[in-house]
Structures are given as C-alpha cells and as structure tokens.
Design a protein around this ligand. Structure first.
Ligand code: FM0
Length: 330
C-alpha cells in the first residue's frame, strides 16, 4: 500500500490571512494563487500493518516533535476517512529552498495528502483531495491545481464547501516569479500565530476582509484577459493590505526587514523605468517579484544588485499534483 506524489508550492496574489475555524482550517476570505514550477515536494507514503507508529523522514533525516505531530495528525484524518487503522512510513524530499521564503508546508501537505490518500486506497476527486489537504495547511489546498487556483472559503461549518478550484491552467499565461532571498534573517512569527493574533486584535482586520471580494473579481478578470498591469497592481495592493493588518495587531508586528523595503522600492523604480514588475510578500521578509518573460534578464540583474540580497531564484507557472511510479523515488 504505497504511493508517491509530487506537488508544487504556490504564491498567493490574493492572500489567505485569517481563520474562522482553527481546527478545521477554515478561512475568513477567499484567496488566489499561482502554482510555481521551480519549487516542489516529492513524498512517498507506505501503510504497513507491521508498523506500530508513523515514521516521517524529511530530506533523509527522521523528523520528531511538532513537525512530526502535524504529519501524524494529518494521517489520522486519512485513516479515519478510509476506516483503516494502519501506520505509515512517510519519506519526503523538498526541492523548496527554505531560504527562498516559500512555505514548504504548501507543497508538503499537498504531496502528503495525495500520496497518503492514494496509498490507503481512497480514490479522491481533486475537490475531495483539496478539501483534505486544506486540513493539513490552508494554503496547500491550492497546490492541487497547476496554473491559477482560487480557494473558496465556503460557508458550511463543517468545511465541506471550503476547497480550491482551478481558474486557469498553466498554459494560459506565461508569467514569471522571482523569489528574492535576503541575507539577513529574523525570528519568525509563524503564519499560524501571526494570522491568529491579527484576527483577534487588529482593528484593520475587518477592512481587510471587506476588501477581498473586489480584489478577487478584478484579479480574475485580469488573469483571464492576461492584463499584467492589472494583475500586478491588485496583487501588490492586496499584499500591502495584508501586511498593514499586522501593524494594527496587539502587540504589533511586521514581517519586513530593511532589505524587504529596499526590494519593494527597487520594484517601484523598475516600473518608473518602464518595466512592469510587481511584488508580493508572504508571512516572512522575502519578496516575490512578478514580471513578464521578455524582462527576465533586466529584472534578475536589478534584483541581484540590491545590497542585502543573497540570491534570486526564478520560476514559471507550474503544474498540479502528479503521481509517480514508486520505483522512480526513494
Ligand atoms: O499563502 O495555518 O497555509 O495565501 O502564505 O497552515 O493554514 O501556512 F502570507 C501568508 C500561509 C498564508 C498567504 O498560511 O497557514 C497565502 C500566507 P495554516 P498557511
């Protein structure tokens, strides 16, 4: 009872920021992302009746503690869906450089959900798989699909209508994302804790939630019409609104460093010089820059020359979940 799956991470243009149900991972707002070609996780899961507990090996190292608990809790969901009480051996390899500031949890939980549900014999539709994945990590539910995907927050208290849907396939539009890696790091407020504090204490939170339907409608129109300026402007403004909510929290916090601001200003200067480029930032200091293929060289060179930037990693729009033959991995 073994299966192997590969999932790519994603970058949100309309951010998921706030939960209405912590246990089921139900969001307060819809979100929309691009699945990225460059960063992915491959996971193999084998259920075996001889095992007496789960085992999780990440990049060839056995994982214990909180990270292991999240995996085993997720496997409990898969066990209860299938009615089979079997433990699993999970082996994951991340091709998501942690330093690039991508939450590997998106590709990680999407690959784990796909491999574990297949291995245990559940034959899930993409919708069912997205709904299951959501309960591992919210943003991961969008990584089931390639291209552009929207996570519909849903209304039901049991989360049955909270899952991602495809908006456009990867072939629809070749836009690019540069992940700008900063050399300095800081102690991180996890996205989980950060969004909880924001929901509970920030007076700006309601304004954030109220603005989402307008951003979503406009960005979907921009994506379908391949209107890069429109998509970039909305994505950048949406990111700034999300980060503004953290400044209103109690205690206040920000994910930005001085170099984060330098990159943001450089992107603005690129625009002033006639190159359309827009930034977005998740729950961390690193910046992702959206640009068009014809400007790749100039954008990359400009970003690399910013003092405090240690690396720039480029990505195209990526594919959704895929299953691998077991002997191609592990
Ligand atoms: O990706 O508590 O999925 O929409 O990356 O595991 O459900 O790690 F900028 C923040 C990531 C949220 C925006 O949240 O949280 C986005 C964020 P979990 P996640």
């Amino acid at each position: 009872m073994k299966a192997t799956a590969k999932a790519h991470t994603n970058i949100a243009l309309i951010k998921y920021w706030g939960k209405r149900d912590e246990a089921l991972i139900l969001p307060t707002n819809n979100s929309l992302s691009i699945t990225l070609d460059g960063f992915y996780t491959t996971t193999s899961v084998e259920f075996n009746e001889e095992l007496t507990k789960d085992r999780f090996v990440l990049n060839e190292t056995a994982v214990e503690g909180e990270q292991f608990q999240r995996v085993t809790k997720f496997l409990d969901l898969v066990r209860s869906l299938s009615g089979k009480r079997l433990y699993a051996e999970v082996a994951s390899v991340n091709a998501v450089p942690t330093a690039a500031g991508f939450a590997s949890s998106a590709s990680g939980f999407a690959a784990l959900a796909a491999a574990s549900s297949k291995a245990i014999g559940l034959n899930l539709t993409e919708t069912e798989l997205s709904r299951l994945t959501r309960q591992g990590s919210g943003s991961a539910c969008r990584s089931i699909y390639g291209g552009f995907a929207e996570w519909q927050k849903g209304e039901a208290v049991d989360g049955s209508d909270s899952y991602a849907v495809p908006i456009a396939p990867r072939e629809h539009w070749d836009i690019r994302v540069a992940a700008v890696v900063l050399s300095s790091k800081m102690k991180k407020v996890s996205s989980r804790r950060g969004m909880r504090r924001t929901v509970e204490t920030s007076p700006f939170f309601n304004g954030w939630v109220d603005s989402i339907p307008y951003d979503l409608e406009a960005i979907k129109e921009g994506i379908l019409n391949k209107d890069f300026v429109k998509v970039g402007e909305i994505a950048e403004a949406n990111c700034l609104k999300m980060h503004a909510t953290t400044l209103g929290a109690n205690p206040p916090f920000t994910y930005w460093l001085d170099t984060t601001l330098s990159v943001m200003q450089t992107v603005q200067q690129l625009r002033d010089s006639g190159i359309p480029a827009y930034f977005t930032i998740d729950a961390g200091p690193n910046v992702k820059v959206l640009y068009l293929p014809e400007h790749e060289e100039k954008v990359q060179e400009t970003l690399r020359n910013i003092p405090g930037v240690s690396d720039v990693k480029l990505s195209r729009v990526g594919q959704g979940i895929s299953y691998l033959e077991d002997d191609t991995f592990v």
